[in-house]
Design a protein around this ligand. Structure first.
Ligand code: ATP
Length: 519
């Protein structure tokens, strides 16, 4: 790599600005940019276990003066580093790319799509061997590997760059991934900052630095139990931690373990743990653990009892192979055998809750990364109106909004060639009406769960019903706001209020009721 400026800095890797994800940007302190002799928009080499390139932008204020570089999961993977590790950053001379050859990883691309693809990757700096992630129109990103560039060395994709597709190798040594099988990184998870930090603390440290625990004479945690309602991101969290720690990930669904023949289920579990120990560092993810390890005193099946006993034995045996961590997930934490929750087994538990409004906004941002928005789209309003939606619902909502937008161009779609013209694709814009249509289609799955959130709707937003509002104020608001006054007056507050009305009656002003007396 030819360096115009030999200056290099050792900087600590930190989280990216959410909007930068997939854009191959490295944000640096302006003082560090000056020290390296790079301006905004210029290219730097980011050197960890591997060398990659990124475009420079100034860091956010809170990250300045701390010798940090903000890079996303794609650059971290290309440089072979994780959050909080150090990388060397130096100026790199990137030339405009004449040709770039890309190998699709999780999507099938035709030559006719190359114009559209070229527009999406315009401006990205790349080096042969790098992976790039292109946010597509829907919520699913497409991953590519850069297999060759002309000229060689760091290049920047420009409008004139010819994009070619790498043909699958004859040997087929790297099997293509499932469509949509996208490696999850920390930036792909929204609204779970605290939970993610806790999981990282429990999992990353023992997997990365097992010798620290040995030297201190502390037993490293072996198992973590994630519990919460379906679709709130338990699997995504486990996958992200595995990817960021470069650990091999073995995901098994509870019911998949149970086989009908005697001893087969235990053999399956033993094989899984053996394989994980052999390829350590690794993470075993047991989804729906309640299905394989239910409370033994309440189960009648012999298989389940044997599987629980086998799992307990395997967990106890894990201390010998310190590089294996087991993450289990369940929607029913109280249904699993208590012996599994004993210290030394799944002794750490993290509750993964339903996202609040800020979390919902973060998740919507993640799943709409590739969507071109019309000016009227207000994702904060969508987040405010999606009380009870979990991550999976919000992902479905974004997909539905994209579908609703796509329906507008369906009449122009040529079903015979199955080819969407490039100019049609670039014209697509998701509107607020698409999100409204999607909200009619997608139901919140967590509305029946206990959810504590301070709503933003005020009583003055409710028209009419003056008397009912006054009664509610007296029965609910006053006792909460002025408990001292109630105590002094010796009034005990009501435990509940019931509002009942016939459909439509709510809009009519209710006849004056006698004031309730405080009991
Ligand atoms: P289950 O208990 O049914 O297995 P889960 O809690 O493991 O559900 P996931 O499988 O992780 O849920 O989530 C389903 C999908 O929803 C994921 O593919 C992810 O894209 C999306 N999703 C869920 N939670 C989040 C989140 N917090 N941020 C971003 N995406 C999320």
């Amino acid at each position: 790599m030819s360096d115009a400026n030999p200056a290099a800095l050792k900087l600590k890797v930190t989280e990216p600005y959410p909007k930068d994800v997939g854009r191959i940007l490295a944000r640096l302190d302006p003082a560090d940019m000056a020290a390296l002799g790079v301006g905004a928009g210029e290219i730097v080499a980011v050197i960890g276990k591997r060398t990659t390139v990124a475009k420079v932008m100034p860091a956010q204020k809170e990250y300045r003066g701390q010798a940090r570089v903000q890079i996303d999961g794609v650059i971290r993977q290309n440089a072979g580093v994780s959050l909080n590790q150090s990388v060397e950053v130096r100026k790199a001379a990137a030339r405009p790319a004449e040709r770039v050859r890309l190998a699709p990883q999780n999507i099938s691309v035709r030559d006719t799509d190359l114009g559209y693809l070229g527009a999406l990757i315009d401006g990205l700096p790349v080096l042969t061997g790098d992976k790039i992630t292109v946010p597509l129109f829907g919520s699913r990103p497409a991953d590519f590997e850069v297999t060759a560039t002309a000229p060689t060395g760091p290049v920047q994709i420009v409008a004139a760059t010819v994009v070619e597709l790498a043909r699958p190798s004859a040997s087929g040594d790297t099997p293509p991934k499932e469509p949509g099988d996208h490696p999850v990184s920390y930036e792909d998870i929204g609204g779970l900052r605290k939970e993610l930090a806790r999981l990282r603390e429990i999992v990353e440290l023992p997997l990365r630095y097992p010798e620290v625990f040995e030297r201190l004479g502390i037993d490293a945690p072996k198992g973590v139990l994630l519990y919460g309602p379906p679709g709130c991101g338990k699997t995504a969290l486990a996958r992200a931690v595995a990817r960021e720690t470069n650990a091999k990930f073995y995901a098994v669904n509870g019911p998949e373990i149970i086989h009908k023949f005697y001893g087969e289920s235990e053999a399956h579990l033993r094989k899984l743990f053996d394989e994980a120990a052999r390829t350590a560092p690794s993470i075993i993810f047991l989804d729906e653990i309640d299905a394989i390890a239910p409370k033994r005193e309440t189960t009648v099946g012999d298989v389940e009892k044997r599987v629980v006993a086998q799992l307990l034995a395997l967990m106890d045996g894990l201390s010998k192979s310190k590089h294996v961590m087991v993450i289990a997930a369940t929607n029913l934490p109280n249904n699993i055998d208590p012996a599994l929750r004993r210290p030394g087994r799944f002794d750490r538990e993290i509750s993964i809750g339903i996202p609040d409004q800020t979390g919902r906004r973060e998740i919507l941002d993640i799943h709409s990364r590739g969507m071109p928005f019309a000016p009227d789209v207000d994702l904060s309003a969508v987040a405010a109106g999606t009380h009870g939606f979990v991550g999976a619902d919000l992902e479905a909502l974004c997909r539905e909004a994209a579908m609703s937008c796509l329906r507008r161009i369906l009449p122009e779609f040529d079903f015979a060639t199955q080819h969407i013209p490039y100019n049609l694709l670039t014209r697509l814009e998701v509107e607020m009406a698409d999100f409204r249509a999607a909200m009619r289609e997608v139901e919140p799955s967590a509305i029946r769960e206990v959810l504590v959130e301070v709503p933003h709707v005020r009583l003055d937003r409710v028209g009419g019903l003056g008397d009912v509002k006054q009664q509610l104020r007296e029965a609910v608001e006053w006792p909460l706001k002025y408990p001292e006054l109630f105590r002094k007056l010796g009034w005990s507050r009501r435990r509940g209020s019931c509002c009942a009305a016939r459909p439509g009656a709510a809009r009519r002003s209710s006849p004056r009721q006698p004031r309730p007396r405080w009991r």
